[in-house]
Write a protein that binds this ligand. Structure first.
Ligand code: ECB
Length: 137
């Protein structure tokens, strides 16, 4: 069993978020705002059921899903695309494929050294984010 992802996680690093956003076609004005944000993940995990909230002072984004069950995702407030998403376990990694207009799009989450790791993929760009458990828990 992989470690639980549940909890409140604060961003401590964000590498190549710019490249990921360019691949998604985000405008330079919006990228400039988004780049300054310290994102927070609030994750509720019950077995294979997940709610993942990405919070910031500017915008919030929430998805909920069950592992191995395809779902329709609308990336509202991000790039505003409709994708068909599927999250699976690959060993201790939670891996999501987002099928749609953009090729090779998805993400992977895992826990390593008590930190939450996230890679975001889009058309060959990789954004690497790391989060630490919030001081409030
Ligand atoms: C929601 C906080 C960021 C708001 C940025 C606003 C505008 C920028 C537009 C698009 C940038 C693309 C993605 C934003 C980065 C993170 C949001 C969630 C990324 C994601 O797919 O997270 C997964 C895995 O944790 C769960 O949705």
């Amino acid at each position: 069993m992989p470690a639980s992802f549940s909890g409140t996680w604060d961003m401590i690093s964000n590498v190549n978020f710019e490249g990921y956003m360019i691949a998604l076609g985000i405008s330079s004005n919006l990228r400039k705002i988004a780049l300054k944000l310290k994102q927070r993940k609030v994750i509720e995990q019950q077995g294979d059921l997940f709610i993942i909230k990405t919070l910031s002072t500017f915008r919030n984004y929430t998805i909920s899903f069950k592992v191995d069950c395809e779902f329709q995702e609308f990336t509202k407030g991000l790039d505003n695309r409709h994708v068909k998403s599927l999250v699976v376990w690959q060993d201790n990694k939670l891996v999501c494929e987002q099928l749609g207009e953009k090729k090779n799009r998805g993400w992977a989450h895992w826990i390593e050294d008590d930190k939450l790791h996230l890679e975001l993929y889009c058309e060959g760009e990789v954004c690497k984010q790391v989060f630490k458990k919030s001081a409030n828990e």
